[in-house]
Structure formats: C-alpha cells, structure tokens
Write a protein that binds this ligand. Sequence first.
Ligand code: ZN
Length: 307
Amino acid sequence: MNANTLTLRCGRARVHLLSDGTSYWDGGGTFGLVPRVRWMKLLPPDDLNRVPQELRCVLIEADGKRILVDCGVGDKPNDLIATQYDVRRPHGTLMDDLARHGLRPQDIDIVILTHLHGDHSGWATVLSAGAAHAGSEALHPLPTFINARYYVQRQEYEDATHPNERTRNTYFAENFVPLMHHGVLTLLDGEAQITPSVRVVPTPGHTAGHQSVIVEPTSNGAESAPVFLIGDMAPFMIHFERLPWVTAYDVLPMVTIETKRRWQRWALEQGAVLVSCHDTRQPVGRLVRNDKGLFSVVPLEAGGTAE
Ligand SMILES: [Zn+2]
C-alpha cells in the first residue's frame, strides 16, 4: 500500500493521506517504558537505535472545503526537528503531495493542527521576505496557506508559547506565533464542529491540549463509518492497541492512557477507520477485539472504504 496515494471515503467526504517524508527518531522516545527487546520485534531499529516515523498529513475534501490536518516538519533551516531527525523525502514534501492533488497553498480553506510540536506544524508557516520588512534581507515566517483559517486548542497554544525545560525543544515558535500575529488562528476550547462533517475532539496526554479529528458522514442513508485521525494520542497503531504503550514525549502519560481507553471504546463501537500520523507500516486500520479481550488494529477489508 502506498500511503501517498491512499484515499478513504466517508459519505460524500474524501480523506487523502499525504506525507512530508519520513523521519528517524530514537526508539526509546517512541516507545517510552516499553523495553527495546519487546518493540524491536515489531519495528526493527537501525544501528543508531532509530525507528522510522512517517510525517503523515491528511487532506479532507468535505462540505465544499479543503481541509488540511497537520503540516509536517516544513523546511526552516534553523528548526531542530526539520534538521536533526534525518528527514528523508523520496516523494518530495507535503507541498509536492498537495500539488499532486492539483492544489496550491492558497487553495486550502482550513488547517487543523492536532498540536504544535515541530513535526506537525512545520508547513503552517514559511519563511519569506515579507513586505512588512521591506529593505531587510532577513526572511520572516508568514502563514503558508494564505486563505486558510487555522484551528488549534487554546491550551496547546498556551503551552507552546510558554514551554518548560522538558518541552522547549519540541516547540518552534516560528511555526505558529506568526499565525496569531496575522489573525488567522482560532483557539478552541474543547470539542468543536469545524464543518458539518468534520469535528475536533480533545485527546489530552501527549500534550495537554492535543486534539484529534473525526470525519463523519452527513448525507442521508450514508452507511460509511467515521474516519478518526488519532494524531499523537497513539503515533503508531500499536500504541492504540496497548494502553501502557505510551511515548517518552507524552507530558501526561496517565492521561494518555485514560484518553486511549475512552477512544478505543468509541472506535470499536463505531467501527471507525483509524488513520495514524507516524506509523510507516500501518497507515490505516480498524480496531477489533478478540475473545481474550485484546485489541488489535486490522487492515480495512478489501472493497471497504479505501479507494
Ligand atoms: Zn508527532
């Protein structure tokens, strides 16, 4: 399955998986307290103990809008994540993937950011010689999607603009502060309906203000299951299957576990199509529970909702 071309249907909505490339992170960060001898069987690390993480973004076409969920790492030369995590882009960047769908940055109507970590907010802004600084050689970050309204949880923006010793290197202000200065950022307080078929739900734990995105069919008689963009609540499907598997980056790991418990139940009841943000091998799947009560994420059935 080529994740770069996968499209899911949900009622009249279309959900296209995009990518800003693959990055390489220390496996100890990705799997936290889980011993290497257990996770290495599932995801063999390279000789620097790194595992590949897809930088997945999603384009939703719904309700006459083009909605981008998450913005990869971007291309700012002084961004730690964009430069130090060995980003490889054999198929180009998120911008190239949008172009493959015939879209330019100005064609995007809405940008939803699950959270503001550098691997999710990179392309939210681009460096440009802005008119406000005419005469200056310096480049300044400006919103990339000039016609879009951006949405993030207020809690996330607060935390990202007041980082502490632990979170400082995960946030890069140039990716999001310009959105506020240019008046294009809406701060949300909890669950919000973005369009008739797209809503965001708070899924705290990875960060306190993390949100996930649900696409639901609106048309009468549509039988499609919802599509659930889980974000870093569970960066790999294995994190969604197993409650104690929580990354070392999560600032509220016990909250992550309760969030996952709640949304596992919902995903099972709804038969939701899950979309992972970092899983290189299992970009989409559906949660099932076996007779021993164990959860697993299985591929979508042939002839299911994937196009
Ligand atoms: Zn991430």
